[in-house]
Design a protein around this ligand. Structure first.
Ligand code: SAM
Ligand code: SF4
Length: 439
């Protein structure tokens, strides 16, 4: 019997890319590929790229350059570029880096088996189409490997919002929702393979409106359907846009027992002037009111968000408005980024903020967020949470998992296994995790 071929995928960027990488591995699994531990060991290397911030393409080219030696040693090694840089750069990638055999956009990876076969014939394969057929449907007959306790499940892709700074509407295309029955089927399949927590993914996940048995279903409707699956214990979703936070979804946070008390709701800025220039179509005030309503439905919910500092024309006053908003919300987690110019987006043409000013603002914002994060984490000490255990920890005898609020929690020398969901009393709060004891 011949040795199986080995595939190494390096994933950059968001959770949707993590999900896509898993699907690509499964698609190529049908061609006899198994996972390689490193690029050195592989017969095929795929870089699943992200284009959200600057220099992404340059990083991909320099990473590709490093494979020159490997390719010289192993002429049969195939090298591919997938994801949003593949979508944005297309054929240019093969022109600039001739060692690349394959370029596949995020909407075409179900065509990877045919593309891989083409490269084995010595040809180059390029596909950055937005095809009509459903890539998820084409991939459904994949091997049923056992899974860990948590999984991502993409329910919606693309975006029609066109925030002035963002490339997603260009690289991922228009907003599309998958039909509800296919998602429910995929969730059931994941549960049969050992998954107990599913995070529903979409660039604008709460704008979900997939076909259901009685017309379009909302995200809340889908969550209620998933709530019925025996063996599925937890449901999460990300990333949401404030304008799509519908009444039924807010209500579900108060009433749906498997929906976890954690919400990632990016605001980007606390200044109405900047929000308008960003084309966000919400104000700081409407965002704060929305959070109030969410907290009424679920008082213990932990909020998370995204911020951009140094957006073109941002003044000290605008930035102060962002700090004021953060002070009011008190996020348990938040991701803050320095504005990064994306050619082709409206904001790229506007007067830019000095990099040192943006750096300073980023540091100040992150210091405030870290302080709140720490306070919220510390306030968990003495409380009882439920932890879904995911893996052994770094120290001997340790097991780690996540609480409802997505805090990492570890226990030591306890009788727990991966996949167990147990009540834990929190006894200590460290830099990035909580310590606890089983109850
Ligand atoms: N759809 C989500 C939303 O509207 O909140 C966000 C998706 S985007 C992939 C993730 C985050 O990347 C954004 O919330 C934003 O903070 C950040 N981001 C997007 N474009 C950026 C840019 N040009 N510069 C800096 N950060 C950016
Ligand atoms: Fe990008 Fe999110 Fe705005 Fe869509 S809603 S354009 S994904 S930041």
């Amino acid at each position: 019997m011949s040795e199986p071929k080995k595939l190494f995928i390096k994933t950059y960027g968001c959770q949707m890319n993590v999900y896509d990488s898993e699907r690509m591995a499964e698609a190529l699994g049908g061609q006899g590929y198994v996972e390689a531990k490193s690029a050195d060991d592989a017969d095929m290397i795929l870089l699943n790229t992200c284009h959200i911030r600057e220099k992404a393409a340059e990083k991909v080219y320099s990473e590709l350059g490093r494979f020159k030696g490997l390719k010289a040693e192993k002429p049969d090694l195939k090298i591919g570029v997938a994801g949003c840089v593949a979508q944005a750069e297309g054929e240019e990638i093969m022109r600039r880096q001739p060692l690349v055999d394959l370029v596949v956009g995020p909407q075409s990876y179900h065509r990877l088996p045919e593309m891989e076969a083409k490269t084995r014939e010595g040809e180059k394969a390029l596909d950055t189409d937005f095809p009509e057929e459903d890539k998820f449907e084409k991939l459904k007959n994949r091997p049923k490997a056992k899974r860990g306790p948590t999984a991502f499940l993409t329910v919606q892709e693309g975006c029609d919002k066109f925030c002035a700074f963002c490339v997603v509407p260009y690289t991922r295309g228009a907003e599309v929702s998958r039909p509800a029955d296919r998602i429910i089927h995929e969730a059931q399949d994941l549960v049969e393979r050992g998954v107990r927590e599913i995070t529903l993914l979409g660039q604008n996940v709460n704008a979900y409106h997939g076909a259901g048995p009685n017309g379009d279903m909302t995200l809340a409707g889908l969550i209620w359907e998933l709530n019925k699956i025996d063996g599925l214990e937890r449901i999460r979703f990300t990333t949401s846009h404030p304008n799509d936070m519908s009444d039924d979804l807010i209500e579900a946070h108060g009433t749906c027992d498997k929906l976890m008390p954690y919400l990632h709701l990016p605001v980007q800025s606390g200044s109405d002037r900047i929000l308008k220039r960003m084309n966000r179509s919400h104000t700081a005030e409407s965002y704060l009111r929305l959070i109030e309503r969410i907290r009424e439905a679920r008082p213990d919910i932990l909020m998370s968000g995204d911020f951009i500092v140094g957006f073109p024309e941002e003044t000290d006053e605008d930035f102060q408005a962002t700090l004021n908003l953060v002070e009011q919300v008190k996020y348990g987690y938040a991701y803050s980024f320095k504005y990064s110019t994306r050619p082709g987006t409206p904001a790229a043409e506007r007067p830019q903020v000095e990099p040192e000013v943006a750096d300073d603002r980023l540091q100040r914002l992150q210091a405030m967020i870290t302080q709140h994060q720490r306070e919220i984490q510390d306030s968990m000490v003495g409380r009882t949470v439920r932890v879904l255990f995911e893996k052994p920890g770094r120290l001997a005898g340790q097991m780690v998992g996540k609480s409802e609020y997505l805090h990492a929690v570890h226990v030591t020398n306890a009788d727990v296994a991966t996949g167990d969901l147990r009540a834990v009393k929190i006894t200590g709060s460290g830099a990035n995790s909580l310590a606890g004891e089983l109850i």
